[in-house]
Design a protein. Structure first.
Length: 850
């Protein structure tokens, strides 16, 4: 790495710019982009009018809207003089489906049911029939799922709809309902005709039903812009995240760097350095507050602006290659556009959510709340959990805690938006890596594009709430690029590598372990080709990284048993995640990677220098598979790492490999031939068509990427949690729904999982970090096993048992679990103190049975 008096520059004098002035790529790029835009516009138009039938590319993006999934009562069968109606108000435009679970009374007889029919109708608020279907009752099974599908209603949000069930005189088909009113925006009614003397009695107060909607363009735009309208997190995070990296790069003064790569490196360095800064400030006895963070960020940007302006005024104007200005500007425009589209897709994916999904999210909420309370890196989980040490990685949580202190945003909303912001910015660091290892902007752009839209990962991280691994993967691309460049002339970059590695260690230990084989292979490659001198920079980086994380390493060794930890395993924990390969177009990408590897091998045989880094990527991935093969190769297995956690990081080497090989293939034509525009036209059009197909598929994949089964806490839980935090005493201990998550570990299954981080009240199943307290772990396990086996929560004996466990209240979230609110409401030893839209809180009145 050379030095220059200025900040990020496009190219240095005397050096070949990344795209030379005579490069034909701008013309080819224009044709390619126009072809891609035409393909996307054509597919969008065809899809809009239902003329695109390729299911892997087109079709509606459907999501659930209203979820009333509780059932315990069969409604009477609607017949000629009896009609069942359920009103509801969709939250979203595009209503296109209503789902019921049907009930069949009596057996099936083709003779008796020859003319018997069952009908479902949907009416809007203006009395217009939206959809209807009449089916013969013959062939309808008990507990059959029924779906009434119809064209999307463009303005359904906020409008009243009526679902009407009717039948012929001999109809014996009905639907399931629930005996409590759990949906405040609608009402269940049973209507009778004049010939029926009385209305059949039923305990049902709500129909069991689910509505779905087709994502509309307006809904997508609203969802994409929602984080900007609802708070200040996004602009604050954009100022906060890269600041340490900006200051470090201004100090190190890398010469000849592409401007976009400079900012990608700054972002990765900033994300890596904040955990290091938090750690050392905490060791010095300091504590962060919102005011101190604002002062630090504000003064940091003032220093950065002063240095940047001063160097800009003193810059050597002859040191900027004029011929490279246009490609650099085009690169910035394209990369910025890609990031905007990526961010939009990420926020559209989580539309309608109030909490980040899955089990890990409440854990991240707990750790963030602890760090906000303590103002430092955590030594324990107090006061929220009785765990007196902290073995988990806290790097990501220094970011979430800092932004919470700075903005005061709601914790679930902040975590959800921050997770998607990081995911949307990740292509910037991938671009930086692609440029660093090849000095070609096209490689960086293509790699960033693949990660942004077409690839299943990292977008799917959101469905698991994998915030820590996502943050680590923001650091990894630049760390790989600089590690490679250390042995290729950028010897002065070793402090950057040391800082990135230290940050990676603090952010996610697993990903750090995955990096180590790459560093070892890179060191070996440089040693074999250039001698030991080229390895010294990497050794210095290793020493710096070790020194930076030494306090944390000593702390971990003092509270854990590394040998015992690495020896722990579970049956099936290291199974290969074959489902990832069969989803989307992943098999196509893997097939392309196989062809790319073959081309790399040919290039190595022909001694092509460019193939060295792709070969290193292939060897690295192969090494990881061998090391994690476990019992397949007679190797030990561990709970620390597994094939699943490794495989979901492979989007990075895959993107870099495909991008490098694709750009090299595009340059197979002789330079003079490539300079002719008519020669560029056919390959540019073909590449544009492929790019357009990938972009269209990728956007649709990202917009609907969430696995709805992982959404545990629902928006209807927010008022209930707020009420619990305000109305319940500080020493309240709440029983919550849970499920067996992993091995013997139980986790909250609805909004109750968020009670501890949001209200500070204790629960029977806190976020999963309770496993670090053996006594608490055993107690949580015993409680949930007994609760799961309890069949009748209306029995006062069940309430007495809860009181024996120290439970003062029961929280039932909208998604629910083994606590049935209908049965709880019939228990004389319990009192319903809160009820709204499917969320309940009950007070335990019964004393323990002596």
């Amino acid at each position: 790495m050379e030095e220059v008096s200025g900040g990020p520059v496009v190219a240095a004098a005397g050096r070949s710019p990344a795209l030379p002035a005579t490069s034909p790529w701008p013309w080819g790029l224009v044709v390619l982009l126009l072809a891609a835009v035409v393909v996307v516009a054509t597919l969008a138009t065809l899809n809009r009018f239902g003329a695109c039938s390729w299911r892997y590319l087109c079709g509606p993006i459907v999501a659930e809207d209203i979820l009333q999934t509780r059932l315990d009562t069969a409604l009477p069968a609607p017949q000629s003089d009896l009609i069942i109606e359920q009103t509801f108000v969709p939250r979203h435009d595009g209503l296109n489906e209503v789902e019921l679970i049907l009930v069949r009374y009596g057996g099936e007889s083709a003779t008796l049911e020859k003319d018997s029919t069952f009908s479902v109708e949907l009416w809007d608020a203006f009395g217009s029939l939206v959809a209807s279907e009449t089916r013969p009752t013959v062939g309808i099974a008990h507990n059959q799922t029924y779906k009434l599908a119809f064209p999307p209603q463009p303005h359904s949000a906020g409008r009243l709809y009526t679902l009407r069930l009717s039948g012929s005189e001999a109809n014996h088909i009905s639907a399931w309902g629930y005996s409590l009113d759990v949906y405040s925006a609608g009402q269940l009614s049973i209507l009778t005709g004049p010939l029926r003397s009385e209305t059949p009695s039923t305990a049902a107060r709500e129909l069991r039903f689910v509505t779905r909607y087709d994502l509309t363009a307006q809904e997508a735009i609203i969802a994409a812009l929602a984080p900007l309208r609802h708070g200040r997190l996004i602009p604050v995070a954009l100022f906060f995240l890269p600041l340490p990296g900006v200051l470090l790069l201004l100090w190190r003064k890398p010469r000849g760097w592409d401007a976009s790569a400079w900012w990608g490196a700054a972002l990765a360095l900033g994300v890596a350095m904040w955990p290091v800064i938090w750690q050392w400030l905490s060791l010095a006895g300091g504590r962060w507050s919102g005011g101190l963070l604002w002062a630090t960020v504000g003064s940091g940007w003032l220093v950065a602006a002063f240095v940047a302006v001063r160097r800009w005024m003193e810059r050597d104007r002859s040191g900027i290659a004029r011929g490279s200005r246009l490609p650099a500007v085009l690169t910035c425009i394209l990369l910025a556009s890609l990031i905007v589209v990526t961010l939009a897709s990420r926020f559209v994916a989580v539309r309608g959510l109030a909490f980040p999904p899955w089990v890990d999210s409440s854990r991240h909420g707990l750790i963030t709340a602890v760090m906000v309370e303590q103002g430092r890196t955590p030594r324990n989980y107090e006061p929220l959990l009785p765990v007196n040490y902290f073995p988990y990685h806290y790097g990501f949580h220094t970011l979430s805690a800092s932004l919470t202190l700075m903005t005061g945003e709601s914790l679930p909303e902040l975590l959800l938006d921050l997770m998607q912001l990081l995911s949307g910015l990740l292509p910037l660091t991938v671009y930086a890596a692609g440029w660093m290892v090849t000095r070609r902007r096209t490689v960086g752009l293509l790699a960033a594009f693949l990660v942004a839209l077409p690839f299943f990962f990292p977008g799917y991280y959101a469905t698991w709430g994998r915030m820590t691994q996502l943050t680590a993967m923001m650091v990894m691309p630049v760390l790989l690029g600089l590690t490679w460049r250390l042995g290729r002339g950028w010897r002065r970059a070793w402090p950057l590598v040391g800082l990135l590695a230290a940050g990676l260690f603090l952010i996610h230990f697993r990903v750090f372990l995955f990096y180590l084989p790459f560093a070892g292979l890179a060191a070996a490659a440089h040693w074999l080709r250039f001698g030991f001198r080229r390895v010294t920079s990497l050794l210095k980086a290793a020493v710096l990284g070790l020194l930076l994380v030494l306090p944390r390493t000593i702390e971990l060794l003092s509270v854990t048993n590394p040998v015992q930890t690495f020896q722990q395993s579970l049956p099936g924990y290291n199974d290969f995640p074959i489902g990832y390969i069969t989803t989307g177009w992943e098999r196509v990408y893997l097939g392309a990677a196989a062809l790319a590897m073959a081309y790399v091998v040919i290039a190595i045989a022909r001694r092509k220098r460019w193939a060295a880094f792709p070969l290193l990527l292939v060897l690295w991935v192969g090494t990881l598979f061998v090391l994690l093969a476990g019992e397949r190769l007679g190797l030990p297995e561990t709970l620390v790492v597994n094939l699943n956690s490794m495989y979901i990081t492979l989007f990075l080497p895959l993107a870099l490999l495909l991008a490098i090989v694709a750009v090299r293939l595009a340059q197979l034509l002789p330079r003079r031939t490539r300079a002719k525009r008519w020669v560029q036209l056919p390959p540019a059009i073909v590449a544009g068509v492929i790019l357009g197909l990938l972009a269209f598929f990728g956007w649709r994949q990202q917009a609907g990427i969430l696995n709805r089964q992982t959404i545990l806490a629902l928006p209807d839980d927010v008022p209930a949690l707020t009420w619990a935090g305000e109305a319940l005493p500080g020493d309240a201990h709440l029983a919550v729904n849970a499920w067996r998550w992993s091995g013997a570990t139980w986790a909250g299954s609805d909004g109750g999982a968020w009670i501890v981080p949001l209200t500070g009240r204790g629960t029977t199943t806190p976020p999963v970090d309770y496993i670090y307290n053996r006594e608490l772990f055993a107690g949580v396990r015993a409680f949930n096993e007994k609760a799961m086996a309890t069949e009748d929560w209306s029995d006062p004996v069940a309430a007495a048992w809860l009181a024996e466990q120290g439970v003062s209240h029961i929280f039932v979230g909208a998604r629910g679990g083994y606590f049935d609110p209908a049965k709880l409401s019939r228990n004389p030893a319990l009192e319903m103190v809160y009820q709204h839209d499917g969320a309940f809180v009950f007070a335990v009145k019964a004393p323990p049975v002596p």
